[in-house]
Design a binder for this molecule. Structure first.
Ligand SMILES: *Cc1c(COP(=O)(O)O)cnc(C)c1O
Length: 457
């Protein structure tokens, strides 16, 4: 199939261009933490695909016509209608972003001593589980452990482990099953419909509610259409509707597949649970017809959700990711296979074998991409997931040393990604020149956002 992006630029923004010296200074001032870099020092920003997508003229037109009434705003009814049609959930609660949805739902469903079990909890998701006093337990499928394998659904939850948990001595503690589609913490890999259906059936059989963390519901649906037997003839919209209906509800950031700068929602089938969440929402986020969002956000999201399931858009976006994956491989940089859609995960551990986990090869590669090319991305390895001792030395490394290169929606074109691949290729020519890093300061909670680092001697 021939694909091309089904949109053209109508308004553009200038990209900052910096010198190597400026970047060295900026990175040192940022404590070698990309989250501390001022954006005007970043040339190609691949830190996240969240809230960074380009909005369409239709979205802006809808936003301009938004209804800012406190209660019963027409914008809310448009937002609710499109989400109710997509999910078939009778209860739709707007919230300002995904983590607010997590906080409202989890503080209603979980409690100290409970377990939230997931294919992989995303970082804020884990944090919001832990803030309720519950434990976040990840059960990724065994296939994910082989980064190079071409298994199509490495985002799946491990069904035998889930069943063992639900029938074992801890069964009474399981408060929810949460399936993240696509699995952002697990290489951006998709979850199959068969796995989702089986996980939901297991949870139901044991009286445990099952929810989706549906931030990338459209991209997961696209990968199901491409890869899962029996789904080739379906539209991404049909697959997404089916996924929502397999479970009891969802939390979903709309900063990803809502293609909007801000927004999220909680969708629920259970009226009693919805009512308790609504009380929490009104007390902490906003009234039930805006939930911490501006009316313009509600309308931007509603239109974004119409655009995101367009097969031409999804095909072009998946093609863009696959092309960058090929270019990285050609440059001698392995990625987590097979390429997903929202991000590539570079195998920094393999590219930089001279750096032990305690010198954080993923972080080192991310820093080098910035120093060499002004490209910002983030480590997903021992810095993010490893355990540290009181002297901030690494005790238990993460299983992998990866760098997540996230692809904002509709923002960069082939020319930008060719540049990224060239910078990667230059680094890969002399990987032994890339220095390791040590931790200078690390808070205990959500540490990767606030770390300070320095090049290791
Ligand atoms: C982004 C994300 C969240 C949190 O959403 P925010 O809108 O950033 O608060 C939760 N889960 C997953 C899988 C995400 O990608």
């Amino acid at each position: 199939m021939r694909t091309f992006p089904p949109y053209r630029a109508q308004v553009v923004a200038e990209i900052p261009i910096t010198t190597r010296e400026q970047r060295e200074r900026a990175l040192a001032e940022a404590g070698y933490n990309a989250f501390n870099l001022p954006a005007d020092q970043v040339t190609i920003d691949l830190l996240t695909d969240s809230g960074t997508g380009a909005v369409s003229t239709r979205q802006e037109a809808a936003a301009a016509a938004a209804d800012r009434s406190y209660a019963g705003s027409a914008s809310f009814f448009r937002f609710r209608e499109i989400l109710a049609e997509l999910t078939h959930y009778p209860h739709i609660l707007p919230v300002h972003q995904g983590r607010a949805a997590e906080r409202v739902l989890f503080s209603t469903v979980l409690a100290p001593g409970k377990i939230s079990v997931s294919n992989t909890h995303f970082d804020t998701t884990r944090a919001n589980v832990e803030l309720t006093g519950a434990e976040a337990r990840d059960l990724p499928c065994a296939e994910f452990a082989d980064l190079d394998s071409l298994e199509p659904f490495k985002g799946n939850i491990d069904l035998p482990s889930l069943e063992a948990l639900l029938t074992g001595p801890e069964a009474g503690r399981v408060g929810q099953v949460l399936i993240t589609i696509t699995n952002n913490g697990g290489g951006g890999q998709p979850v199959s419909m068969a796995n989702l259906a089986a996980a939901a059936k297991l949870a139901r059989a044991h009286g445990v509610p099952v929810f989706l963390d549906a931030a990338r519901f459209a991209e997961n649906a696209w990968l199901v259409v491409q890869r899962e037997p029996g789904y080739a003839g379906k539209t991404p919209r049909e697959v997404a509707e089916e996924a929502f209906q397999l479970v009891d509800g969802c939390v979903a950031s709309l900063k990803k597949d809502g293609i909007s700068p801000m927004g999220a929602f909680i969708g629920l089938t259970d009226p009693e649970l919805a009512q308790r969440c609504e009380g929490n929402l009104i007390a902490t986020e906003g009234f039930r017809t805006y939930g911490g969002l501006g009316a313009h956000d509600l309308d931007r999201v509603a239109q974004g959700l119409r655009e995101v399931l367009d097969p031409n858009y999804l095909a072009a976006r998946a093609g863009e990711a696959a092309r960058l994956a090929r270019l990285a491989n050609d440059a001698g940089v392995d990625i987590v296979q097979p390429a997903g859609i929202h991000a590539l995960y570079l195998n920094a551990g393999r590219l930089l074998p001279h750096l032990p986990a305690s010198r954080f090869p993923g972080h080192s590669l991310a820093c080098e991409l910035y120093l060499e090319g002004g490209i910002r991305c983030v480590e997903l390895g021992s810095l993010y997931l490893g355990t540290l001792d009181e002297n901030r030395e690494l005790v238990t490394p993460a299983p992998f040393e990866l760098v997540r290169v996230a692809l904002p929606r509709r923002v960069y074109s082939q020319g930008h990604y060719d540049y990224v691949a060239e910078v990667l290729a230059d680094i890969a020519k002399n990987p032994e020149r890339v220095p390791g890093y040590r931790i200078v300061d690390a808070p205990d909670f959500l540490r990767h956002f606030n770390l300070r680092m320095a090049p290791a001697a």
